[in-house]
Design a binder for this molecule. Structure first.
Ligand code: F6P
Length: 326
C-alpha cells in the first residue's frame, strides 16, 4: 500500500445488528491511522455499479446503537460471475481503493475469496451474520442480539402457550446451522430443538412432546430450525396433531424480526474490536483473512478456512436441551 492508502468498506448478504458498529470502528481506526475510507453502498452490487462515497469521522456518528447497516446490503448474483467481478475491480481502480473490508457471512466471504484469487487486492473479512455459522470465530457480529430477540419472543409465547395448554412450534432462522435454535432453546427453557445437525426423526419429535406434556406441564415450546425439517414448523405441527389430536398446536414463524433491533452491548463491543483489528491487520500486511474471536482473543483465519470448515455444535449444548427439559 502507498503512504495514504484508501480502504473500501462494504456490508453484504443478510444484515446483522452490530454491522454499523463495525463500519464505525473501521472508519475511525482507518482515519486515525492516516488512511482514507470509502463506503461502498449495497454490498458487491454497489461495487459493480460504483456506488461509492468517501466517509469522514462524522459520517459514522450516532450509529453504534442502530440495527441494520447504514451503507445498505444486497445479495448479488452478478458478483458470482467473472464478468461481474471484472466490473467490480474497475470500480476499485477508478476509486483508487487499495484494500477492501467486507462485513458479512459465508456468501460474502466466498465472493471475497474468488475476487482475491483473480485480482491483486488485499481483503479482510469481518464475520457479520446472525447465524454464527463461520468456522474460526466463537461468535459472529449480530448473533448475540438475534439470540436475545428470539429468547424474548419465547418468553412471550410461553405466557400465552401456558394459559391455553398449547404446544408452540417456533420456526427460527439459521440457514444451514442450528446455533441460534439450540441456544435459544436452552435460554428459553424449551422442551426441544429440532436442528439440521441432528436428523429430526419422528421418534425425536414424539419424545419431545412426551417430555413436554409429562408431569405438571400442559404446554410446551419446540423450536424448529428453518431448514431442519421439510415443511418447517407447520409440518411438525401437522404431524403432532395427526398422532395426537388431543393436543392443540400453534405455529410462530419469527422470520426477519430476528435480524432487526438495536445491537446488544456484547455485539457492539465485538464489532468495535473486530473493526479495529481489521485495520491493524491491513497495516501488518495481512490479506484474505477473516477476523475472528477465540477465547476472547482476536485471531486471523484464512478466508478459505472460514468458509470451508464446518463449525460444530457443542455436544454439551445438545445434552443441555435433552436433559434440562425433563
Ligand atoms: O444469513 C442470515 C439469514 O437471516 C438466514 O438465517 C436466513 O436463512 C437468510 O438470511 C434469509 O435471507 P433473506 O433475508 O434474503 O430472505
Amino acid at each position: 500500500m502507498d503512504k495514504t492508502p484508501t480502504i473500501g468498506v462494504l456490508t453484504s448478504g443478510g444484515d446483522a445488528p452490530g454491522m454499523n458498529a463495525a463500519i464505525r470502528a473501521v472508519t475511525r481506526e482507518a482515519i486515525c491511522n492516516g488512511m482514507k475510507v470509502k463506503a461502498i453502498y449495497h454490498g458487491y452490487q454497489g461495487l459493480i455499479d460504483g456506488e461509492v462515497k468517501e466517509f469522514q469521522t462524522q459520517d459514522v456518528s450516532g450509529i453504534i446503537q442502530r440495527g441494520g447497516t447504514i451503507i445498505k446490503s444486497a445479495r448479488c448474483a452478478e458478483f458470482q460471475t467473472p464478468e461481474g467481478r471484472k466490473k467490480a475491480y474497475k470500480t476499485l481502480q477508478r476509486e483508487k481503493i487499495d484494500a477492501l473490508i467486507v462485513i458479512g457471512g459465508d456468501g460474502t466471504f466466498t465472493g471475497a475469496r474468488n475476487f482475491s484469487m483473480e485480482y491483486d487486492i488485499p481483503i479482510i473479512g469481518l464475520p457479520g451474520t446472525i447465524d454464527n455459522d463461520l468456522w474460526g470465530t466463537d461468535a459472529t457480529i449480530g448473533y448475540d442480539t438475534a439470540l436475545n430477540t428470539i429468547t424474548d419472543c419465547i418468553d412471550k409465547l410461553r405466557d400465552t402457550g401456558a394459559s391455553h395448554d398449547r404446544i408452540f412450534l417456533v420456526e427460527v432462522m439459521g440457514r444451514d446451522a442450528g446455533f441460534l435454535t439450540l441456544n435459544a432453546a436452552i435460554a428459553g427453557g424449551c422442551e426441544a430443538a429440532i436442528i439440521p445437525e441432528r436428523a429430526p426423526v419422528p421418534e425425536q419429535i414424539e419424545e419431545a412432546i412426551k417430555r413436554g406434556q409429562r408431569k405438571s406441564k400442559n404446554s410446551s415450546i419446540i423450536l424448529v430450525q428453518e431448514h431442519a425439517f421439510e415443511g418447517g414448523a407447520n409440518k411438525v405441527a401437522q404431524l403432532i396433531e395427526q398422532v395426537h389430536p388431543e393436543y392443540s398446536t400453534r405455529v410462530t414463524v419469527l422470520g426477519h424480526l430476528q435480524r432487526g433491533g438495536s445491537p446488544t452491548a456484547s455485539d457492539r463491543i465485538l464489532a468495535s474490536r473486530m473493526g479495529v483489528a481489521a485495520i491493524q491487520a491491513l497495516l501488518d500486511g495481512q490479506r484474505n483473512v477473516m477476523v475472528g474471536i477465540q477465547n476472547d482473543e482476536i485471531t486471523l483465519v484464512p478466508l478459505n478456512k472460514a468458509i470451508q470448515q464446518k463449525k460444530d455444535i457443542k455436544e454439551d449444548s445438545w445434552h443441555a436441551i435433552a436433559t434440562l427439559s425433563l
